[in-house]
Write a protein that binds this ligand. Structure first.
Ligand SMILES: NC(=O)c1ccc[n+]([C@@H]2O[C@H](COP(=O)([O-])OP(=O)(O)OC[C@H]3O[C@@H](n4cnc5c(N)ncnc54)[C@H](O)[C@@H]3O)[C@@H](O)[C@H]2O)c1
Length: 417
């Protein structure tokens, strides 16, 4: 696809934090795009991220003080939204106001918004634009290649897969806003189950058919705060992030089972679990898919490179071996190409191709809205202690207790008598 294109896509990135910088690194492997702008609430961060882009040679990026200024700058054809969840609406509002008739596309990070009402607003605002929902996991080589092989060989020979399990786990996010239920829109469920629920759904969807070929039937979920509201860890968290998890916790664990019906009436299950309470070498993505005569399993930490440092080796703490790294000694798996392995590279290549060709990406804002609906149904199921039938009533105005700041770590003990 890219080979036939002569035009290049000039990209402006909103948000110069962890995620924006990850995106910039991924552009090393993308041929028909240049990162030309970075804009952030703090100018200094924007300058630093723009310098990363220039140093890597992925574009002559300039730092901008405002979204409008960046969007209207010559050469900017598309915007990647990598700012925190609580500013989604205002950021998208400014992009669409300043980018009408100019932008070829708007790509937005997960979660599309904090809740369904906000996600609907984002979709509404971006009407008339080509949009991309940045769910990197569906473009991860492990997911794409695994899906291709399973469906091409296994499903074709003996029938479709029926169960997908996906998990993403690490020790907790890097910035205070993620830990505040109001700002994140919830805790780990909103932050990370968005990945697992979409990756699992994607693996079970026939590659020749649209997402609508699977219909959700029931949603059943639990959330809990297992680690960060223990007094000794709440104290640590307060010192690190300025939040009080004895008073206003978010969930650091979530699990959900979603049943689906395929177009032939077959029942399928996606089973997902996510946590901010996993302490291992670093962030771990895992998945499993099962069909009548086959299965697939993968984890991002099972790879070909490991390093070992004895107790005599001491040095600075960092994330140079793997994202959310927690140790510098012992035997450690290395993820050699993180933007590639996690799917940022495939995702951005796809978005660039689609925006240049004025084609709809495989993940759009509407897909992000669907994911938000599922996530809110999970929160509602956990709040009520019930399995809910799809379509779930009241989702459009629902705000989870964690985001309302009414959740407590003892809510996990509530159940139906
Ligand atoms: N796909 C993934 O795996 C993944 C990983 C991390 C984060 N994310 C998502 O990316 C987004 C950003 O997360 P992050 O980890 O980079 O957060 P971060 O806090 O590290 O960075 C956020 C950046 O946005 C800037 N910002 C804040 N308000 C802004 C505004 N109104 N206008 C412009 N810039 C503003 C901040 O100054 C900062 O540079 C979140 O939605 C998060 O859920 C996705």
């Amino acid at each position: 696809m890219q080979g036939s294109m002569s035009k290049r896509l000039g990209i402006g990135i909103v948000g110069a934090g962890f995620n924006g910088t990850f995106h910039i690194k991924s552009f090393l492997s993308i041929r028909h795009a240049d990162v030309l702008g970075v804009c952030s609430r703090t100018r200094d961060k924007a300058e630093k991220a723009a310098a990363v882009a220039r140093d890597l040679g992925v574009g002559e990026a300039k730092a901008y003080g405002s979204i409008t200024e960046m969007v209207q700058a010559p050469g900017i054809d598309a915007v990647w939204v990598c700012s925190p969840n609580h500013v989604r609406i205002e950021v998208i509002e400014e992009i669409v106001q300043s980018g009408k008739g100019k932008l070829l596309g708007i790509a937005c990070e997960k979660p599309l918004a904090r809740n369904v009402a906000e996600a609907l607003k984002v979709v509404e605002l971006a009407k008339g634009f080509n949009t991309g929902y940045l769910e990197n996991q569906v473009y991860a080589p492990m997911v794409e290649r695994g899906k291709d092989i399973l469906w091409r060989r296994g499903a074709r020979a003996v029938g479709r897969p029926y169960l997908a399990r996906a998990a993403e786990e690490h020790g907790g996010p890097h910035e205070p806003w993620f830990w505040r239920g109001k700002d994140g829109g919830g805790g780990v469920l909103n932050d990370m189950m968005c990945h697992s629920i979409e990756a699992a759904r994607f693996l079970l969807t026939d590659p020749a058919k649209p997402r609508s070929s699977l219909t959700p039937r029931t949603v059943n979920a639990d959330i809990a705060t297992l680690k960060w509201s223990r007094p000794e860890y709440a104290k640590k968290l307060k010192a690190m992030m300025g939040v009080d998890y004895l008073k206003k916790p978010s969930e650091d664990f979530a699990r959900a089972t979603v049943s689906w019906e395929d177009e032939s009436g077959n029942p399928l299950i996606t089973e997902v679990t996510t946590s901010w309470s996993f302490v291992g070498p670093g962030a771990r993505l895992s998945l499993e898919v099962m069909g009548p005569e086959y299965y697939l399993q993968g984890t991002s930490l099972n790879n070909h490179l490991n390093v070992f440092f004895s107790r005599e080796v001491s040095g600075k703490t960092g994330e140079d071996i793997v994202e959310k790294q927690t140790a510098e000694q012992g035997l450690m798996p290395v993820v050699t190409d993180e933007p590639g392995e996690y799917g940022y590279t495939g995702e951005n290549r796809h978005m660039v191709d689609c925006f240049l060709a004025k084609r709809k990406p495989t993940e759009t804002f509407e897909d992000g809205l669907e994911v938000t609906r599922l996530l809110m149904a999970c929160y509602l199921s956990a709040e009520r202690g019930e399995r809910l039938s799809w379509p779930v009533k009241g989702l459009d105005t629902y705000v989870p207790p964690v985001a309302r700041e009414e959740y407590t770590a003892r809510d996990v003990f509530k159940g139906k008598k």
